[in-house]
Structures are given as structure tokens and as C-alpha cells.
Design a binder for this molecule. Sequence first.
Ligand SMILES: [Zn+2]
Ligand SMILES: [Zn+2]
Length: 340
Amino acid sequence: MQPAALLHPRPEGLYTPKADLYIDPVRPVARALITHGHSDHARAGHGAVLATPETLAIMAARYGADFAGSTQALRYGEAVSIGGARFSLHPAGHVLGSAQAAVECEGTRVVVSGDYKRQPDPTCPPLEVVACDVFITEATFALPVFTHPSAEHEVRKLLASVAMFPERAHLVGAYALGKAQRVMATLRACGWDKPIHAHGALLALTKLYQEHGIDLGDVQPIVDAPKSHYAGAIVLCPPGALQTPWARRFPDPVSCFASGWMRIRARARQRGVELPLVVSDHADWPDLQRTIKDTGAGEIWITHGEADALAHWCASEGLKAKALHLVGYGDEEAEPGAAA
Ligand SMILES: [Zn+2]
Ligand SMILES: [Zn+2]
């Protein structure tokens, strides 16, 4: 079967005609498969939703229990047949519950990666390489400038700053789904055993991670207290809260931001970030290339991001590549609150 007959882009999203199913549709549809809970991929209002149990729980936490007409949970490695097409989900290493979707029919397999990374993340299982004929990838950080250091390396920079400025609070901007919990877990792995303070907007999803067995230690809500209460504290908040009156309750706060974009110094400066932390939940340039090679796919379709650069690299490797120019997929790391 031709891959394009199995799966092709439509304005709503990637579409499988055999199953009348869209993957990560940006508009309400009758049947959707959702790769992960970030708001540009997981939207409310679909008829039937197929996703991992964790992603369904995240969607219910964000949108309410009635976010879809009906839901079906599919665990990693399990498969379901719909209209003659076989669907299975495999870890993407991006956030809790994040999955790549493999779609198969008549010996042709297409893998939709959703968002993914290869760096270790204590809050979700690592990406599983799934051999396929066509690999559909994002290209958020598909430029040679983007090489992400380890999260531990960046968190140790934060801890060194906390040790150097014990009278100040460190405010770490981090997205509410995934990044915040990864920073918390990495702080624990690096030996930080004091409480971690979290802005109210991070609490619900942090609790959800803890309920799924992710050990984040003592996470405390922000309380009304004299500034001195937060001397030497590490406080996580949505990136959008960094430069607001909310931040002024803390003693001489050090503004930190955990994002792959912090690799670009000008971005950090623009946002008034004093301590940029290059922590990304997306694959960097070398890991995009490694993953494409690992899948053994002869054809690469690129959903969004730096599609031209990645397509050019694919061509240099003798791979067929095509930019799909899908719209509606933001990059949750790009804008404050975009995937809050
Ligand atoms: Zn995402
Ligand atoms: Zn995304």
C-alpha cells in the first residue's frame, strides 16, 4: 500500500481514510488519536479519542472529564485494528504518556512521532525506535546551533547559583506539562532535598504526575509569607509569570527559564532571563538525525519547525523528504503560556 493512501495531511491533521481517524487534529473530528497532552496536539471536543491512559488522564485534568464523546486507552505496545488499519502506541520520551503512533496496513508502516526527545527523562520512558517505511517527524530544533546539554548539567548550574546567592529566591519558568515535573525530578536526582515551591498553575499536573508514581519529593504551594521565607528557595512557575507582579513577593528573585530556546542568548536577554537553563523536551539537531537513521525509514515527512533544514539534510543522506507544513502546531517551548 502506498504510504500516502494510508495516511496523508488534511487541514484538520494527519488522516487515515481506512479508519476515518485523524492524528492530533487541530479541529473537532469524529475520531482522533492523540499523541500527547500538550494543547496544540490534544484538544477538547472530539467524538472518540484513542490515546495512552496517561494522556487521557492529562486531557481530563485540563479540559474536564467530558472532553470527548468517548475514550479508549491504548497502552504502549498494545495494538488495535480500526477499519483494516492497525494502530499501536510507543514511547516518545517527550512528557508523561507521550506516544509515537504506528499505523500499518498491507505491510506498509508509517510512524507519527508526535513530539519526542532522546535525552533521559525521569518522568517518562525513553523513546522506542520503531522501524518503519515513512517516519513523520517534527523539526522544532532542526538547526546545527541546537545541541542540548544534559538536564543534569543545567540543573547543577541552577544549584550553583542557589549556593552563591542564599538570600535570593530562584524563580524557574517551566511549562506546566512536562518541563516543570522534569525539572523537579532532575533537582531531586541532583541531590536537592529541600521543598520545591510551585506556582498554583503547576499544581494540578504535578499532582497528576505524582499519582502516576513519579517521585518529585516535597512540592509546596506558594503561601503568603514575608519575603525572607523564600530566601534560598527554588520556585517553579509558568514562564509567563516571571516578569509579573507575582514575582515581586520573592526576595530579589533570580529569573531562570528552562527551555531549548535558551540556547539562543538573545532570546534569554529579550525576556530578561538572568539564568538561562537549556532544558528541552524536543530532540536537538544531532538527535533528530540519529532518530531518523535509527528508524531505517526511506522517506521522511516533516510536520512543522525548521522543515527546510531537515529536508536538506535528509536529501544529503539519500532519503526522500517532504515538508507537510501542518498548521496549528505551535511549539510549546516558543511562547509563554502557549501550552500552559
Ligand atoms: Zn509537545
Ligand atoms: Zn508540539
